[in-house]
Design a protein around this ligand. Structure first.
Ligand SMILES: *[C@@H]1O[C@H](CO)[C@@H](O)[C@H](O)[C@H]1NC(C)=O
Ligand SMILES: *[C@@H]1O[C@H](CO)[C@@H](O)[C@H](O)[C@H]1NC(C)=O
Ligand SMILES: *[C@@H]1O[C@H](CO)[C@@H](O)[C@H](O)[C@H]1NC(C)=O
Ligand SMILES: *[C@@H]1O[C@H](CO)[C@@H](O)[C@H](O)[C@H]1NC(C)=O
Ligand SMILES: *[C@@H]1O[C@H](CO)[C@@H](O)[C@H](O)[C@H]1NC(C)=O
Ligand SMILES: *[C@@H]1O[C@H](CO)[C@@H](O)[C@H](O)[C@H]1NC(C)=O
Ligand SMILES: [Ca+2]
Ligand SMILES: [Ca+2]
Length: 937
């Protein structure tokens, strides 16, 4: 352990004041608890899906790892998106200790049972609503925040001390009793000191199983507690030095109740599995896996953004043919995307976003595209792109087709902000017009260099390419879609030079990487390629095929497939014109990273940024590797995207697969992140090196912007988002822009904030409004931009805010048996039947879904003609499969399971403890008495 890391770990341990430690250490942290439960439930879901389709399921080796679980789920190619999803969830969980450090309800401190549970149930409703709207990114973030509070209950309350050895399921429901809560006036603890604190909770509290939690505060003389109450404990909690002294938290093994840490962590894990199971029932197995980024294909989205103005009719025909061929080639393979997204744009219209996971439906959507209108030359291409970026999952591949300049160039900085935050890759396919509308130039490029510049700037940020072709070459050009959006594509090296200059680039092909391709646009004079054995060829000569196996050239794009030779390669470019170079390959081994920032006491830890890092000062990155349990990060460097500046970082390995990278001086020029690492060869045990670069190019800023919002937005209410802009050295009039992902969602902000010494910071507020009928689970993506005088330096804060309409239905639908034909013996010769009415009650939101989760027979669902909100379910099976289980879900995601047995079921109330059952049982007795006569179906 390096000295710097030692300091950091100590700081982290101190921060345990707010709950389980944040990152892994000797005790269980929020991160480990969350990961363990996610891996566990993923296995359960994949097992169930395998059983349902009658295929074998091999359990992954224990302890579960993301790579092992993904392989068992036959979802190995989506490993990056799975690890990304787990990371989003855990980072949001951890962040609660930073953002809500002193809000007791988020940690169940100060006996805040009711408000603490309210955070959980509201969070759970939001996650379910997000999944229903298929906004899985928002679902992950809300899930992470919700899990924090849920997990803290087991460390901060005396649930474990009063002898409970299972999770408190009532924390997931708003309509039940949390338990026997201590009155405000009731004493709960006696004074204790350090190791003596094992028995500081009063005997009557324990024997009567009264629930309490520790009080917590940071400010001496100000933070206090009611008399007789327990404290959280530990060095930073000042209430633990007030009578009764000591504490009861189980955050780590060193805490006052550290002897119960393992048990608290076990229950927290089990409670996390339980809430995940509830989310799973509400959304269904497939959407639940989508939320976790697990899929048989790539886990990514394939996203087309298409100009549908009149001049594009030939192009649309080409896109149609190309996508159809391409989609067919991916269906049912490891390369199938999770989603297909289409965003048309025109002028003055753009959108809507069309999104489906069904390839046939997508082909129909593309088939239905019609070209018309468009008016003048420019079109709303950036509006279309922005819509795609805010609706696609992170790390998507986006292809934009147009033959026109952008009419909405003012959106450029906002679009770049979205590119940086989502790390999506954007390719621009720009076609020239037919000869009759404009004199045909040799390269036949319709839009002027100056108009193409905005597309070049965007593709530089997004690690894509601008491909300029004749209209009749478009079909050929779109075949590169196949290469680019193939699964597990990793970037080996990427750079551009404007104006052109001679430069050398090197990259590493490792044993896990196949299909390595070199892409160059800009037609450099000469390109030399050198393989690891020093063989050098000029790619402009026939000798090129000594090192390459294929070459394609279309429009301004040249591409070579390299022969698979492991080691370090070099490309030497001679050019005077601008050019772009990319080398990509296919490998499961890749990295994820976030910029991070140190947050001082009481958190004393790192928070990840949703904005650009501060330029010209030291900064940090949190890096993790995906697709391997054994790989190590050796070097992390920030590399100028369009020049030769390289800023190396200091790498510190941590437990839990993260690497903390400290950089002395974050550059002011755009840069990519280059990671070099070591991996073990599983066959030989030897070690080999690999190298990856971020597809995205990043920027830093001399401004910082911090914004915070309430978690949920209720349509029709005032929603304000306060923010603070700080300038590093010189302030001035800072231009502010606030934009959302949908023209129907309005954001108003001051146009200018004056940032002056001495503080060089200013506060502002964005007011957000959405239409009254906006459905729950919809995400409003708000970008607040701050632009320094001169316009060259911009920073932004991006917030994802979920809409949640007030919920008054807290109960799941009820299963009521109308008719049952029981079995007499376990045999496949005898049929058995069950008729049910599934009802959400008069006050309920209605039955959304009924699914068969156990039983070999068939389930037929029909709406109840008497009450459209109810569903009639008929099950038909055979007596050798006597157990049947149904999951019932209402429209706000309340779920329950109904279980029946062919021999013993006689009551409609088995599965549920709900109030309507009294009536259900009465009807049932009758029904069972006269099964043949009473035909309620
Ligand atoms: C694993 O998940 C199942 C339900 O999916 C749950 O019953 C079990 O307690 C979980 N195990 C752990 C260790 O969380
Ligand atoms: C896509 O990947 C598969 C392997 O997963 C490979 O066989 C195929 O050649 C790749 N396609 C392209 C166009 O690179
Ligand atoms: C592991 O080593 C073997 C034998 O040298 C080699 O064939 C294989 O490609 C290596 N695998 C990787 C992933 O480097
Ligand atoms: C930050 O300010 C310094 C000094 O004025 C300047 O050189 C640098 O380019 C600025 N960085 C950015 C990202 O604008
Ligand atoms: C900011 O703008 C105001 C109003 O336009 C102007 O009076 C003031 O001089 C500007 N301040 C600076 C520092 O540019
Ligand atoms: C901005 O608001 C924060 C808290 O909301 C306050 O502490 C700070 O002093 C304010 N800054 C300015 C410049 O008004
Ligand atoms: Ca137009
Ligand atoms: Ca209901």
């Amino acid at each position: 352990m390096s000295p710097a890391l030692a300091v950091w770990v100590i700081l982290l341990l101190q921060s345990g004041a707010q709950g389980f430690g944040i990152l892994p250490g000797s005790s269980k942290s929020h991160q480990e608890i969350t990961e363990e439960a996610i891996l566990n439930v993923t296995v359960q879901v994949c097992l169930a899906l395998a059983e349902a389709e009658g295929s074998d399921f091999a359990f992954p080796p224990q302890p579960f790892t993301a790579t092992g679980v993904a392989a068992a789920c036959r979802a190995g190619n989506s490993i990056r998106s799975y690890e990304q999803a787990i990371r989003s969830i855990t980072l949001r969980n951890i962040r609660v200790d930073l953002v809500e450090a002193v809000n007791p309800s988020f940690h169940f401190d100060d006996e805040t049972f009711v408000s603490g549970r309210n955070i959980i149930t509201t969070g759970l409703q939001t996650v379910k609503a997000n999944n229903k709207e298929e906004d899985f990114e928002a679902a992950r973030e809300n899930l992470g925040e919700t899990l924090h509070t849920l997990q803290d209950f087991y460390s901060h309350s005396n649930w474990v001390e009063i002898g409970m050895n299972f999770p408190n399921s009532n924390l997931l429901r708003s309509d039940t009793s949390i338990g026997n809560l201590a009155d405000e006036s009731r004493a709960t603890c006696r004074s204790c000191d350090g190791d003596d604190c094992r028995n500081n909770i009063l005997e009557d509290i324990i024997s009567e199983q009264v629930l309490t939690t520790g009080y917590f505060g940071l400010i001496p003389l100000i933070d206090t507690k009611p008399s007789g109450k327990c404290s959280h404990g530990g060095a930073v909690d000042v209430t633990s030095r007030i009578e009764p002294t000591g504490g009861i938290n189980k955050d780590t093994t060193d805490s006052e109740h550290g002897f119960l840490h393992s048990e608290a962590a076990r229950l927290a894990t089990s409670a996390t599995s339980e809430i995940l199971e509830d989310v799973r029932r509400a959304s269904g197995d497939e959407p639940f896996l989508q939320m976790l980024g697990v899929s048989r294909g790539t886990g990514k989205a394939l996203c087309l953004v298409i100009d549908t103005t009149q001049s594009m009719s030939d192009d649309i025909a080409a896109v149609r043919t190309a996508t159809s061929t391409f989609i067919d080639s991916q269906v049912e393979t490891d390369n199938q995307p999770l989603f297909y997204i289409l965003v048309p744009f025109n002028d003055p219209e753009f959108g809507p976003v069309m999104r489906t996971s069904d390839p046939e439906v997508f082909k129909d959507i593309v088939d239905d595209l019609m070209a018309s209108g468009g008016g003048d030359e420019g079109e709303l291409s950036l509006s279309g792109l922005q819509l795609a970026l805010t609706n696609a999952p992170r790390s998507s591949d986006i292809f934009l087709f147009t033959d026109a300049p952008a009419k909405d160039e003012q959106l450029k900085s906002t679009v770049i902000a979205h590119i940086e935050r989502t790390q999506s890759v954007v390719y621009f396919l720009i076609t020239g017009t037919p000869a009759n509308t404009r004199r045909r130039r040799r390269r036949n490029i319709r839009i002027a260099e100056s108009d193409a510049q905005v597309y070049k700037d965007l593709s530089d940020a997004a690690g894509g390419l601008v491909i300029e072709v004749d209209k009749d070459q478009l079909l050929e050009a779109t075949s590169i879609i196949g290469q680019m959006s193939n699964s597990t594509v990793v970037t080996l090296v990427r750079a551009s030079r404007t104006p052109g200059e001679n430069a050398n680039f090197s990259f590493v092909i490792d044993g896990t990487t196949s299909n390595v391709r070199l892409f160059i646009t800009g037609n450099p004079t000469n390109v030399m390629l050198v393989d690891p054995e020093g063989r050098e060829v000029n790619l402009r000569t026939p000798q090129a095929d000594q090192l390459t196996s294929s070459f394609t050239s279309v429009g301004n794009l040249e591409s070579w497939q390299l022969r698979p030779q492991v080691g370090t390669w070099q490309v030497m470019v001679e050019a005077t014109n601008p050019y772009t170079l990319r080398a990509t390959g296919q490998s499961p081994l890749d990295f994820l990273f976030d910029f991070a920032e140190f947050v001082p006491s009481p958190s004393n830890t790192f928070d990840v940024l949703d904005s650009r890092p501060l330029a010209g000062t030291n900064g940090s990155l949190l890096v993790m590797l995906t697709g391997s349990n054994t790989a190590n990060v050796m070097e992390v460097t920030l590399v100028e995207s369009a020049g030769s500046l390289e800023v190396p970082g200091d790498v510190e390995s941590q437990e839990g697969g993260n690497f903390l990278v400290r950089v002395d001086n974050i550059p002011s020029v755009p840069f990519v992140v280059r990671v070099k690492g070591n991996e073990m060869n599983a066959t030989t045990g030897g070690v080999f090196s690999f190298q990856r670069e971020s597809a995205t190019s990043f920027r830093a800023s001399n401004l910082t912007i911090k914004a915070d919002a309430e978690r949920n937005l209720v349509p029709g209410t005032e929603f304000s988002v306060p923010f603070t802009v700080t300038a590093k050295e010189t302030g001035g009039n800072i231009t502010i822009r606030a934009t959302t992902n949908n023209p129907l969602y309005t954001a108003s902000a001051p146009n200018v904030l004056l940032v002056e010494p001495p503080g060089l910071s200013a506060n502002g507020t964005v007011m957000l409004a959405v239409p009254l009928n906006t459905p729950s689970g919809t995400t409003v993506t708000l970008v607040i931009e701050a632009e320094a005088p001169g316009g060259d330096d911009i920073n932004y804060a991006i917030l994802r805010i979920s809409v949640l309409n007030p919920v008054s239905d807290f109960t799941a639908p009820v299963c009521q048996v109308l008719r049952i034909v029981n079995c007499v013996q376990n045999t496949s010769a005898d049929p058995w039947e069950l008729s049910l009415k599934v009802s959400d009650g008069a006050e309920g939101t209605g039955v959304e879904r009924v699914t068969l989760t156990q039983g070999n027979g068939t389930l037929t669902l029909t709406p109840d003609t008497e009450n459209q909100n109810d569903t009639l379910a008929a099950y038909e099976g055979f007596c050798d499969s006597p157990d049947v289980e149904l999951v019932v879900v209402d429209n706000v995601g309340n779920t329950d399971t109904c279980s029946f047995n062919a021999f013993t079921t006689s009551s409609g109330c088995v599965a549920s403890l709900l109030t309507q059952t009294a009536l259900g049982c009465a009807v049932l007795t009758l029904a069972l008495g006269f099964p043949e006569n009473l035909n309620m179906v």
